[in-house]
Write a protein that binds this ligand. Sequence first.
Ligand code: BGC
Length: 423
Amino acid sequence: MKRNGKKFPKGFYFGASTSAHQVEGGNKNDFTEQEKEVCDIRAKNYREHYTFQAKILGREPDWKSIEKEASDPKNYISGLACDHYNLYEKDFDLACKLGHNSHRFSIEWARIEPKEGKFDKKELLHYKKVVKALRKRGIEPFVTLWHFSLPIWFQKSGGWLRKDADELFTRYVEKVVSYLKDDVKYWMTLNEPMVWAADSYLLGIFPPEKKSFPTFLKILYRLGRAHISAYKVIKEIDENAQVGLVIDNPYFEPYKNRLYNRVIKFIADHIYSKSLLFYVRNSLDFIGLNHYFHNVVNFGFNKKCCGKINDMGIEMHPKSMYHAIMELCSFHKPVYVTESGTADREDKYRAWYIREILKNVLNAIHDGADVKGYFHWSLLDNYEWDKGYWPKMGLIKVNFDTLAREVRDSAYTYTEIIKNNGF
Ligand code: BGC
């Protein structure tokens, strides 16, 4: 690899990411059920709700600028979201104008299979149109098959704990992939199994709101199995398909490089970041890396960070991206950065962050990492799960009353980098 440090490899994918429940609107799934139950309490206790996370992250957000939205129950109802379900052509026009040559989105299982065993052809057709709309604009689709939200029937009957969960998931995958295979090459089976399993079965935040360590472990195993089975069926349908799993690795930095912190880092890396990948390594064409966190480990605790802080109280530490990528090199698989972004309602830091993150991606490439694409989170402001609408992560600002879109200045910084294929 030529170490000029400035340009991305030829054919590098530049795009942005979204997920169905966060942008489409009009969904009916386990999250929409939960939202009705918890919106009032979340609005009332928005600070307490976030305190635990803030402790892990190290900082509280600046509540002054957020509290109006955060204390409104409507903030916690996904509802119409960005109405991307209907406005996707317009959104892809914007992505195209911004120079994106690829786009990552997810398919909503609850739309495709609203009742167990009953598949909705209209919805399959909808996603076909979505994929065609991308292709028409010269944008390569990267499709996630499961991004957190589940059909109500599946969740109510035990969800991933059902003995036949992997068969049910694979049957859904088979339907979708057979239908879209002519227009989609890149598939991602599951998004961030660790985050979802922890939020749903350890912390009790996502549905089904359980708090049990043994069940959390069981769920992870089930998700790994589901990935392997889905991988197999996708390859049977299309041997040229590229199939990946999306993980959410932070960079665990050992404080002052002390020996005991290095030991803790080693354990955290191997349990949190690498165990699932190791389990599925023989059923994996690429790794999707979502990267947001820099965790400085000091005796097992996350040390308070001191860098730039975003609206969610998360430290923005671009160098972490370099490490998170390099730490995946031992798997010898191509890596796509499937998410990286920051909550920044004033658009004060995003341009800087994008630039610095991409420089670190480049450094990793020049140091031998096989990175093939970068997808910014997110194309649009969207519904940020238990936090609702107050975090603003879009390259494109969305007015949730009028649904008007407005491209943020930082989006053009990204476009400049894309145009130059680097710096
Ligand atoms: C998830 C996204 C989420 C993003 C920003 C990731 O964990 O995949 O759905 O919106 O982080 O918090």
